[in-house]
Design a protein around this ligand. Structure first.
Ligand SMILES: [Zn+2]
Length: 467
């Protein structure tokens, strides 16, 4: 876990943060090793769009990737005019597909298919699934899904080459669940956002001969190029165990809620998390991993980063609550939402999010991933999925005191903000309620409760249509 202890950023003012951002950008650019696979021939200037080249790079700036295990592979595809591009993912073997409307192949220096050996990329092929679409398929050696995708106008500073419009896709293996979430989200919204090009287009659209005229018949290849492509065995064909990251709330200098008799939330959550892990591991179908193995303080964003490093299929944060009203009791299961389901849920999220303040100001709170539209899309998919997990848990804990009372609720919990991992937070009870606290202090009670939560997790994992 030492790799996560990188709270070296301790600047005191905004200016330095801006400088840091600039430095990061510089680093990113300098680490972007471009392997030019294709000489760019931009002679084609007819009405249709054409692929005029592609190249790959590696992004190793892990600061930028925020806890994601890098390096990411950057794919840059160049087209002669503004591309109307769609992205999607396929499995068995893993593939990234870029479809571009009214597009033909115009890379004379390259065949339409070939092997690759760069990052996760093992081969590419081009074809026309229908007469209006140019399709580039990249075969991947692992579950590498996009973490960013955007369009760029031609690089005008590069006067030596007449470069094209660029479709940029960064892919990174974050595990098979992250891949499945991305695949499912892209199925719903496959179109690449063109907003970055909007300004450019509005300036240039008038003096270019953009046309949506139909394809050239002679380019209608409908190519099946699989003969020249190595078929890969998916690495997931071995018996797979799901990975569940269990997050014991609070820890170290952050005790969490304090009970009537002085019970500390961090002790209860740790005990419950270890028992939950035992129950899950004993099924033989799950590898349960903890965000903390001892009484240490871990920031909320680092808890997410740990789950990402685990390439977890599921993230479950364990808590016990406190309330001003001593009568409040029962079990709640929360998932992420922009708006809270109720006032109390909002307050609980606010209180749990304050855990980070105890560690001093965290000046790196702006998540660079939050600004990424693609990940925003994956986040929604992950939130949908989390709802199923929450319901599965509530189904199993009904028989516990208050288990059917509070239900599934939503709020903006910082620790649930993984765009690539379904995440829920369980408040096992109120330490400020006499009966709840007495129960949570009993090993037998925690054991029985976590057994039910483990059962619920397994039910969810097995029923998940993605598996
Ligand atoms: Zn808590």
């Amino acid at each position: 876990m030492t790799s996560l202890d990188i709270h070296i950023i301790d600047f005191q003012n905004h200016l330095k943060r801006v400088l840091l951002a600039a430095l990061q950008l510089l680093l990113l650019i300098s680490l972007f090793v471009i392997c030019d696979l294709a000489g760019i021939s931009a002679t084609k200037a007819d009405a249709q769009n054409s692929y005029i080249g592609f190249r790959f790079g590696e992004i190793t700036d892990t600061q930028q990737l925020d806890g994601l295990a890098g390096p990411a592979t950057r794919i840059v595809v160049e087209t002669s005019t503004i591309p109307e591009a769609r992205l999607f993912l396929l499995e068995n073997p893993y593939r990234l597909v870029i479809d571009t409307a009214h597009t033909v192949w115009d890379v004379p220096s390259l065949p339409k298919s070939g092997r690759l050996s760069f990052g996760s990329l093992t081969s590419y092929r081009y074809g026309n699934p229908d007469s209006d679409t140019g399709r580039l398929v990249f075969e991947l050696s692992e579950a590498a899904a996009p973490i960013a995708a955007f369009l760029l106008p031609p690089n005008e500073t590069d006067s030596s080459n007449a470069s094209g419009y660029r479709i940029v896709v960064d892919v990174l293996n974050r595990g098979s669940t992250a891949f499945a979430l991305a695949r499912s989200a892209l199925k719903k919204t496959p179109y690449l956002a063109t907003n970055q090009l909007d300004a450019f287009m509005s300036e240039n659209i008038m003096d270019k001969n953009y046309s949506n005229s139909s394809n050239q018949p002679d380019q209608k290849q409908n190519t099946n190029l699989s003969g020249s492509v190595v078929t890969l065995n998916s690495p997931e064909q071995r018996p797979r165990r799901w990975v569940v990251t269990i997050d014991a709330g609070h820890g170290g200098k952050d005790p969490g809620a304090i009970g009537i008799t002085g019970t500390r939330e961090k002790d209860i959550t740790f005990k419950a998390s270890k028992l939950l892990a035992d129950h899950l591991n004993s099924t033989g179908q799950v590898i349960a991993r903890l965000t903390r193995e001892d009484d240490s303080f871990i920031r909320l964003r680092d808890r997410i980063a740990i789950a990402r490093q685990h390439q977890a299929d599921l993230f479950v944060s364990i808590h016990a609550d406190a309330a001003p009203n001593a009568k409040a009791y029962g079990i709640s299961v929360f998932s992420l939402s922009d708006t809270a389901s109720d006032k109390e849920a909002a307050l609980i999220a606010e209180r749990e999010n304050k855990a980070d303040l105890i560690g001093g100001p965290d000046l790196a709170v702006e998540d660079p991933l939050a600004a990424n539209a693609l990940l925003g899309m994956f986040q929604r998919e992950s939130m949908n999925e989390s709802t199923y997990v929450a319901n599965s848990i509530l189904e199993q804990v009904r028989s516990f005191p208050g288990g059917d009372k509070r239900g599934h609720r939503f709020a903006g919990f910082a620790v649930l903000k993984s765009p690539d991992i379904p995440s829920v937070l369980v408040e096992m009870g109120f330490l400020t309620n006499q009966q709840d606290e007495a129960n949570l202090k009993k090993n037998s009670y925690i054991d029985a409760l976590t057994k039910k939560i483990a059962d619920a997790i397994l039910v969810y994992l097995k029923s998940s249509s993605r598996k």
